[in-house]
Design a protein around this ligand. Structure first.
Ligand code: ARG
Ligand code: ZN
Length: 872
């Protein structure tokens, strides 16, 4: 059943208040919902009341205190219809039962390692009780939770705690929670279990005392300190950066070990995948710390962008997700290095969103239809959605952007809004017409912008021409509004004297299909630097040669474009080699020399940035650059060759850098950005040295593992060894598994590293690991570590010409689908880029996809991804 944006209709009924009484039991949980309903004056008159349900068993139904006659309603597992509901406000009392232990979908109310928890977005609340499970029905909730006191001493709900006590003579106890702010059902949550608590208080700018608490598995409280601190920093930041204060007396975060996604922003009770809460130097890498900080912030920021202002319907998902990703990216940029963070954002965008946008699963940031909404929590909705918000800020400037955000929150607080409501807040404060800009939400595909320059030495002018095109867009498609942050760079540095009347505060706005800028007062032929800071999510086509790009690496005042210049040169070298074009030795030499010069002056000034410069574009990006008929083996070899070349050419400097950057013995670990940056550069150097010299790489990696005082260095050593076949690798893997036998989240890293080994034996190794006692097909983190890493980050083995990699993924998908369709569908997305493969592999992928679609009893989730993958 396809749901279409154009079919949106207001609900015929509204729910003002919800009282829930949830009596938790492992297999027989009873839920009594008392709903204060009324006809929606804006809906259809005398409409039946149609409540959503999923896997529910109805036990009792009363309307205004009277049992409802059997012929007055129809109820089954998937819904409850009251044929002729009262034409005035009325109260429905619905008693249902459910089995949380049998809930393997991890949607609705389920148990994770014995802890009762919930996930209701997008449509899980209907698995708890019959309801108008749509985001534009907002109600005030009071929840009474009752459970066995021994197995569930902690009982948490949305809002503020009201009351708690024992149920005498039963061994059970209860807690009542009240959430004063109206919310849609997808923000409902409850938790019951045995959990440790760490807490601190925070006073908001409005003077409200808030108790912040993080709940984790017993004994792991010390690993929650970083997350707790991140909540506090997020609260403070949202006050300063956006004027948004928290609005309840408590803010709770709970970590659970079985969770389909990263985390969930339930009102006052965020529930997290424990991978994004738990951290200690011994178990978490710098990347883990950064991800925890970002996701804690993301979920907290949803309190305003998502909860106070929610979405009218699921087509508006980017309204909360794109905006909230933008906000968490800004937060991380302020907490860390803005330039380095921007590079990480763009790497991620290109690796996931550009690939999605170029393949059969491409969709607009605001989709027009869906068969399964849970398949639209995508890089396009999230990451491209965030880029749209960032472009808006670039277009109107920071002060107007902040004013527009204030206006958006003020105008839409307590309501379910649309993308139009968002844009109109900015139109109101700027007086601008943003209707052309809105086109960014409407069409899939990554735009291309061709940039070319002409220098006129006599007139001392430089003309920079832009031409935008969109893949698959018809001739009628209006051009996009594209902010181009731009400048010129000369052989000796930025050309500040050169100006153009159409560049305002460094930004040129490309609004037509073609346009050009003229810079005056240009003394020498310059190198153009367009799309500074990646000012728009486009592919830039520019005829610049490597020498010109290396000038940007040296002199561009914009760090992003310095990095971009190095990436483009590397991509050019690798793509030529992968396509079998004559290998360009001189080009590689010039690149090595440029990197050497760069490291000489800057490696120690900004190690994190230097590490980014030394990290070549990945195989996926190279495949994306080549575009069609790709051969993953040729791509892998080309990348290996360049890594080897850099490692050999920079060997001495990299070795010295590693020594200079070594942590002094006994230094305490700190996850801050500067320390992490030093580790990143040391480990980028290790990677290149090992690429050039396996023997030296092995010795260095072994020594690093031996001496490691933190997971970042230990894992980097192991990752280096993983690429070097031999006994040292196997011994290190065995030792690592022994050391962390009781640490599931660390074993995930061990699974992932092995899944990514780019060698023939990997499929066999993975099949063996699937029988490892620590592996479980029922745990999303385990599955993503082993199967997800393989299919997304091991291109040569996943795309094996014999199809064995595709088969492995297909088997896992089908094995998981019956229990957890969302997880299975997520895995399926790895097939997305299948059409760009060379014909042999393409045929192998297609036949596996066809086999999957033909499987009986396939979930809607997997069917949707598989059929779209084949159709696109
Ligand atoms: N709103 C959550 C977040 O981005 C994601 C929840 C998605 N869950 C799902 N089952 N689709 O923070
Ligand atoms: Zn989100």
């Amino acid at each position: 059943p396809t749901v279409r944006l154009e079919d949106y209709r207001l609900s015929d009924h509204l729910i003002d208040r919800v009282e829930l009484d949830v009596r938790l039991d492992p297999h027989d949980t009873r839920v009594t919902a008392t709903l204060a309903l009324r006809p929606n004056p804006a809906g259809r008159a005398a409409a039946p009341l149609v409540l959503d349900g999923d896997d529910l068993t109805l036990l009792a139904l009363e309307c205004d205190g009277q049992a409802v006659a059997p012929d007055a309603y129809r109820a089954d597992a998937s819904g409850l219809t009251l044929h002729r509901p009262p034409q005035r406000p009325f109260t429905l009392r619905i008693e249902t039962r459910l089995d949380p232990t049998a809930n393997t979908k991890l949607m609705g109310l389920y148990r994770s390692s014995g802890v009762y928890c919930t996930q209701c977005e997008a449509d899980g609340f209907r698995r708890i009780t019959y309801f108008l499970d749509r985001p534009d029905v907002l109600a005030v909730y009071t929840t009474r939770i009752e459970a066995d006191r021994d197995s569930a001493p902690v009982l948490l709900g949305n809002g503020n705690p009201v009351e708690a006590g024992d149920v005498p003579g039963t061994g059970r106890h209860y807690a009542v929670w009240h959430d004063p702010l109206p919310k849609p059902a997808y923000l409902f949550a409850l938790v019951g279990g045995r959990l440790d608590r760490v807490a601190k208080s925070f006073t908001t700018m409005e003077g409200r005392a808030v108790e912040i608490a993080v709940y984790v598995e017993p004994g792991k409280g010390d690993r929650a300190a970083y997350a707790l601190d991140a909540v506090e920093r997020s609260m403070a930041w949202d006050e300063t950066a956006f004027g948004r204060a928290y609005d309840l007396d408590v803010f709770n975060v709970v970590a659970v070990s079985d969770f389909n996604m990263g985390a969930m922003e339930n009102k006052g009770l965020n529930i997290f995948n424990d991978k994004f809460v738990l951290a200690s130097p011994e178990t978490a890498t710098d990347a883990d710390y950064a991800a925890i900080e970002a996701i804690i912030a993301h979920e907290y920021f949803h309190n305003w962008s998502g909860n106070r202002v929610t979405c009218r319907d699921w087509f508006q998902l980017c309204l909360k997700e794109g905006l909230t990703v933008f906000r968490d990216q800004e937060f991380s940029s302020d907490m860390r290095s803005r330039a380095v963070h921007r590079i990480a954002e763009v790497r991620n965008l290109r690796a996931r969103q550009f690939v999605e946008d170029a393949g059969p699963l491409a969709h607009p940031v605001r989709p027009k239809q869906y068969a399964e909404i849970n398949n639209f929590y995508t890089a396009t909705v999230y990451e491209k959605g965030a880029e749209i918000v960032r472009m808006l800020r670039t277009l109107i400037g920071e002060p107007a952007f902040r004013a527009g955000m204030d206006r958006y929150f003020a105008d839409n607080d307590g309501t379910a809004a649309t993308v139009e409501d968002f844009l109109s807040a900015f139109e109101a404060v700027t007086g601008r017409d943003l209707s052309s800009f809105a086109e960014w939400y409407e069409r899939p595909g990554t735009p291309r912008v061709a940039v070319s320059g002409t220098y006129d030495p006599a007139a001392r002018t430089y003309r920079l021409a832009f031409r935008q095109t969109r893949p698959g867009a018809g001739a009628d498609a209006p051009p996009l509004v594209i902010p181009v942050r731009v400048g010129l760079v000369g052989a000796e540095g930025p050309l500040d004297g050169a100006t153009s009347g159409r560049v305002e505060a460094g930004v040129f706005v490309l609004e037509a299909a073609e346009d050009a800028l003229t810079f005056e007062n240009v003394a020498d032929e310059p190198v153009p630097s367009p799309f500074r800071g990646f000012s728009a999510p486009v592919r830039v086509e520019s005829p610049l040669d490597a020498a010109a790009r290396l000038t940007l690496l040296r002199h561009d005042p914009d760090s992003f474009n310095r990095w971009e210049a190095a990436q483009r040169v590397a991509l050019g070298l690798m793509a030529a080699q992968a396509r079998g074009e004559a290998s360009e030795d001189a080009g590689a030499d010039a690149f090595v020399a440029a990197l050497d010069a760069f490291l000489d002056t800057e490696a120690l000034r900004d190690p994190a940035f230097a590490a980014q410069i030394l990290t070549l574009p990945g195989e996926g990006e190279l495949a994306d650059e080549i575009g069609t008929d790709t051969d993953p083996d040729a791509i892998f070899s080309a990348r290996q060759a360049l890594r080897r070349r850099l490692g050999a050419g920079l060997r001495e400097r990299l070795t010295r850098l590693r020594e200079t950057l070594a942590e002094p013995a006994g230094a305490a670990f700190s996850p801050d950005a500067a320390s992490a940056g030093r580790r990143a550069l040391r480990n980028a150097a290790l990677d290149l040295i090992a690429a050039a010299d396996a023997e030296a790489g092995t010795a260095l990696a072994q020594a690093q593992i031996e001496a490691a005082t933190n997971m970042t260095d230990r894992l980097a050593g192991l990752a280096t060894l993983a690429l070097l076949p031999g006994e040292a690798r196997e011994a290190a893997l065995t030792a690592f598994a022994g050391r962390y036998a009781d640490e599931p989240l660390v074993l995930d890293k061990w699974f992932a590293i092995q899944a990514m080994i780019p060698e023939d034996g990997t499929v066999t190794r993975i099949r063996r690991l699937q029988t490892h006692p620590a592996f479980a097909m029922t745990n999303p983190n385990r599955v993503r570590s082993l199967i997800g890493s393989f299919s997304l980050a091991n291109p040569t083995q996943f795309n094996r010409p014999d199809g064995a990699g595709f088969d492995l993924l297909a088997e896992a998908v089908l094995a998981i689908d019956g229990a957890n369709p969302q997880l299975a569908a997520r895995l399926m997305t790895a097939f997305g880029p299948w059409r760009r493969l060379e014909p042999g592999r393409r045929a192998a992928a297609e036949s596996v996809l066809r086999r999957i679609v033909a499987t009986p009893a396939l979930s809607r989730d997997v069917t949707d991804i598989a059929t779209r993958s084949l159709a696109g």
